[in-house]
Structure formats: structure tokens, C-alpha cells
Design a protein around this ligand. Structure first.
Ligand SMILES: *Cc1c(COP(=O)(O)O)cnc(C)c1O
Length: 386
């Protein structure tokens, strides 16, 4: 038998070993652990809603009326009014017929891809798609193809290589993201939709990092680009800008019916707590209202400020990857920042490819102008020396 200890040692030797951190206070602009207080540039709570009073109240009020556990899967008796409301309001928000709420985005991706795809179908993913989309594709038993990041020509070649007879009988699903989670850039969504239409393929767009922070009312990339009708399945999580937890897949009524009949991560799992659905709903309502509007302005002002200081182009979202290269070097930079009082982790293989280790900085509306100036001043020397 392979010994787990030696496997861990190998990870340590390769600088790929990971450890957990435990915060001792609410999520926010600082991360407290022991006596340490670090400025947090590693959270996806882009709008700083994770500790918002309205979301906290939604949770406590829902617990008062619905208790804590849901007690059963949605197929049995686990569904409640908050589940119904989050599904209605997200479908409405994204301009689609229907929506299904999952406990998290990882499970939503696994369930949805498995529900849509069968053996003989083809799923074509951008190479930098999130692990949940890759894993869901692999589990689905469809043929999995990938195209180099944002390379539309290569996507076109893959589509052309699929037998025309097959195209009529089988499903072809293209999968990409609004904003990529580790690179922070967006996808050439209009060109992808053009190809998708030519080849009668379907498109799944994951807006995990664009929902809440991009476009009018935070509706994301598809709405900003005015191509929501070309997106067959829109996914997002409530664990990031909505400051809560959970995930939805939004689509036409027929597709959602099929997904809820087939998605194993949905069917064979206890329904998320009613208070979780209520938290997600409160997050959505804040995002589309005046709080969201104000926070998007602060967030984008902060991003612009940092990019000006570092003299780098402003990304569309709130993710700023500083590519270092080597795993050890990235750990060193992250360690130096830690000593200076900044939490900005080194992202390494297998989250990103080997040799492209990076510091992934995420900005929040909660950061002050001073926080951003301090980050810029602290990080500049490491960028020059690597
Ligand atoms: C975070 C993320 C997910 C997973 O969502 P969770 O709710 O955290 O499980 C899925 N897709 C992308 C692109 C993500 O960044």
C-alpha cells in the first residue's frame, strides 16, 4: 500500500503542501487568527456583504420560523418557501424561466453537467475552467475536449471535427466562465455564441466571479454583453459577492425540469438549510439594490487605485493575479506579505499549471483607500525582484 506520510512528504518537497487557516472573527477586510490581524486580500466576498446586517437578520428570522436543518432532500420534504423564493427571484433577475438552488457551486456543476450530458455527447471546455466544471464533465461520461484558454479558433476546429450526423442526434456543450477564477480575465463570449449557433451546440456560462460586480445591477457578463439569450445554462454561486452560500443554475423551464430529475448531487443530498436559501436571497436583493450599487462603485474605485499604483491594466473583475512562476518563489512572496500584515496566498499546482504559481489578490468594497495604498507599497518590491 502507498504510505500517506510519504505522499505528504513529496508534496512538501515540491512546495505543494497545503495547510488550513482558522479565522477567529467574521469575514471582512481583516483576517484574525490567534493574535494576528492581517489585511485580507484573499476573500471572494467582493462587496463585503458576508457580515451585512440584512443577511444576518434574514438568517436569524428564518431559523426562528423554519428551524435549522431541512430534514430531507428536496425530492422528499426538504424544500421550503425560502428555496422557492431564491429560485423564482434568480430566474427573474437573470431573465430566464427557471432556476434550481444547490448547496454549493461545486455540487451544482457536478449535478448539472451530469444531468445534461450522456455517453456519446461532447463537452468542450476552456482549459482554465474551474475544477468543478472539469470534474462534472469527466463524471458525465460524455467525451471531454478542451481548448487553450480563450482560443476561439481552436474551439472552432474542435466543433468542425465533430461528425455532422452526430451533431443532430447528440448534444454538444461548450463551457466557459464570465471571469476566470485564477486569471481574472473574461471570455470572448460573443464569438463563442456565434460558433455555438453555427454548430447547434449549447453553452454553459459560469458567472461565479462576475455576478454581483459586473454589469447593470450586478447581472454579470452575459447581461452586460447583451447575449443572455445565447446562454443556455447560467451558473453562479452565492458564496462570493452575495456574501452567503449556495448556487443556482438558471435556464429554460424544460431544462431545469430535466436537471432536477437527473442531477445526482441535487437528488441524493439533504436540502440546504432554509436559512441558507434565505441568506442567498438576502444577498441577491442587496446586490440588485442600492447597497449593491454603492459597493460596486467602491469596489471598482479600489481596483482602479491598486492598478494605477502597480502600473498594470485594470481587470474587468476583482481578481488580480501577480504571476511569479516557481512554487517556492510564490510561497516566499506570500510569506513576506504575511510578515508585513497582508493575507494574499500563493496559488499553486494543481489549481494553476506547474510553473505558473502566483499571488492572487482579490479586492473588496470593504477595503479602504489606505489598505490599497499599503498593499501596493508592500507588494511593489517583490514584483520587481521576481
Ligand atoms: C468558486 C467557484 C465555484 C464553486 O462555487 P462554491 O459555491 O464555492 O462551491 C464554481 N465555479 C467557479 C468558476 C468558481 O470560482
Amino acid at each position: 500500500m502507498r504510505d500517506p506520510g510519504s505522499e505528504l512528504n513529496k508534496l512538501r518537497e515540491e512546495n505543494l503542501y497545503r495547510e488550513l487557516k482558522y479565522g477567529a472573527s467574521a469575514t471582512g477586510r481583516t483576517f484574525h487568527s490567534g493574535n494576528l490581524s492581517l489585511l485580507n486580500f484573499s476573500s471572494n466576498d467582493y462587496l463585503g456583504l458576508g457580515s451585512h446586517e440584512t443577511i444576518k437578520e434574514a438568517v436569524t428570522e428564518t431559523i426562528a420560523s423554519f428551524g435549522v436543518g431541512s430534514g430531507a432532500s428536496r425530492m422528499l420534504s426538504g424544500g421550503t418557501t425560502p428555496h422557492l423564493l431564491i429560485e423564482k427571484e434568480t430566474a427573474n433577475f437573470f431573465g430566464k424561466d427557471s432556476s434550481l438552488f444547490f448547496a454549493n457551486g461545486y455540487g451544482a456543476a457536478l449535478g448539472t453537467l451530469g444531468a445534461i450530458l450522456q455517453k456519446g455527447d461532447t463537452v468542450i471546455l476552456d482549459k482554465l475552467c474551474h475544477a468543478s466544471l472539469i470534474d462534472g464533465s469527466r463524471l458525465s461520461s460524455a467525451t471531454v475536449r478542451t481548448f487553450p484558454h480563450n482560443n476561439v479558433d481552436k474551439l472552432k476546429k474542435i466543433l468542425n471535427s465533430i461528425n455532422e450526423n452526430d451533431q443532430k442526434k447528440k448534444r454538444i456543450l461548450i463551457v466557459t466562465e464570465g471571469i476566470f477564477s485564477m486569471d481574472g480575465d473574461s471570455s470572448p463570449i460573443k464569438e463563442i455564441i456565434k460558433l455555438k449557433k453555427q454548430h447547434q451546440a449549447l453553452l454553459l456560462l459560469d458567472e461565479a466571479h462576475s455576478f454581483g460586480i459586473i454589469g447593470e445591477s450586478g447581472k454579470g457578463i452575459a447581461h452586460r454583453e447583451n447575449i443572455i439569450n445565447g446562454v443556455d445554462f447560467l451558473m453562479t454561486t452565492f458564496g462570493k459577492s452575495a456574501g452567503a452560500a449556495g448556487s443556482v443554475v438558471v435556464s429554460s423551464g424544460t431544462w431545469i425540469e430535466l436537471i432536477l430529475n437527473r442531477a445526482r448531487s441535487f437528488i441524493y443530498s439533504t436540502a440546504p438549510m432554509p436559512s441558507q436559501a434565505a441568506a442567498a436571497l438576502a444577498g441577491l436583493r442587496l446586490i440588485r439594490g442600492s447597497v449593491g450599487e454603492e459597493r460596486r462603485i467602491s469596489l471598482h474605485r479600489n481596483i482602479e487605485h491598486l492598478c494605477n499604483e502597480l502600473q498594470i491594466p485594470k481587470p474587468q473583475g476583482a481578481i488580480i493575479p501577480l504571476i511569479i512562476g516557481g512554487e517556492l518563489e510564490a510561497l516566499r512572496v506570500s510569506g513576506n506579505l504575511h510578515s508585513a500584515g497582508i493575507l494574499a496566498p500563493a496559488i499553486r499546482y494543481p489549481t494553476v499549471s506547474k510553473g505558473s504559481a502566483r499571488i492572487r489578490i482579490t479586492i473588496s468594497a470593504n477595503h479602504s483607500e489606505k489598505d490599497i495604498a499599503f498593499l501596493a507599497k508592500t507588494i511593489k518590491p517583490s514584483l520587481i525582484s521576481t
